[in-house]
Ligand binder design. Sequence first.
Ligand code: PMP
Ligand code: GLN
Length: 379
Amino acid sequence: PQSKLPSLGTTIFTQMSALAQQHQAINLSQGFPDFDGPRYLQERLAHHVSQGANQYAPMTGVQALREAIAQKTAALYGHAPDANSDITVTAGATEALYAAITALVRQGDEVICFDPSYDSYAPAIALSGGVVKRIALTPPHFRVDWQAFDGLLSEKTRLVILNTPHNPSATVWQKADFDALWQAIVGREIYVLSDEVYEHICFARDGHASVLAHPQLRERAVAVSSFGKTYHMTGWKVGYCVAPAAISAELRKVHQYLTFAVNTPAQLALADMLRDEPAHYRELPAFYRARRDLFINALSQSRLEILPCEGTYFLLADYSAISDLDDVSFCRWLTTEVGVAAIPLSVFCADPFPHKLIRLCFAKQPSTLLAAAERLCRL
Ligand code: PMP
Ligand code: GLN
């Protein structure tokens, strides 16, 4: 058939993980932990399966899980979404993003993205007939130039997609960034899609700034999160989005025919986990900060220049002192010859990205991180 996405191949994550496996490299490319999630969560899953909770969940998500999400949101961001009308459980954040984009973007609408940007946004926009307008963020701070942002706005702008903590740059938005966004779009009919899958992996002094904490923006925003990140279980593929009732109603129309409903026993187990073990997500920043610092410390003798990391489980490293290769070639070489797989940054950008940066995932056991650092220090 004639392709609807002719320029698209398999994702860089799939490619690099396959290359890592082929060469038995330490895989710091695709973002997933090499350790298991909480025992309690696994036990609750087994419990609900054994109790026969094995049929379709409600389309919008299991009630107990939506209520637990509502309570967590209220406790963390000072906004209590309605569990019935404002919260939708999805098959990972990927489905939430797709459903929100499909519901909001019409043929010819413009969508503003900040590059580097996560790979799933642009294809979803393209399939809805939308046009991506990109703001390039530059290292090391990847801050938004709000004047450039204003210059991109037009009558056709329909949606802004942001991601904080940000994959791949590991930077975070502050409240002031949300204020600036609000100032820029107030008075226009523009929606906001805030990808906050790393909301609980934030090292910033003031903690994670969520769009849900912004009283005006949240009235036209969809906030997306993922239990895969929070509970070290990327394979469970359960996420959710929070949005005002009118927006939720639209994205539920898409969700209803994309997946209809999500894994029932996993949702029940996640509801138990949120309710019974809130300390888990509250302790996550300290947990990942320790791994980040261990890895940075182990890399201190290497010729890689490490960039600041305020959130996510990714670390950026500049390899200009080591090689003149472009980042894609460097990552392939690193995997096949050095035995460490990483992700090149340029793949997250539509325009040429002239920096020599790679992304290393530190959601790994200390022994994995030390072994990888030892190899990287030889360069
Ligand atoms: N957004 C970002 C920024 C991500 O990094 C990821 C996963 N790596 C996702 C969305 C997708 O999350 P999920 O696995 O829950 O679909
Ligand atoms: N989001 C993960 C990452 O950034 C990968 C997810 C995927 O493989 N699609 O590494």
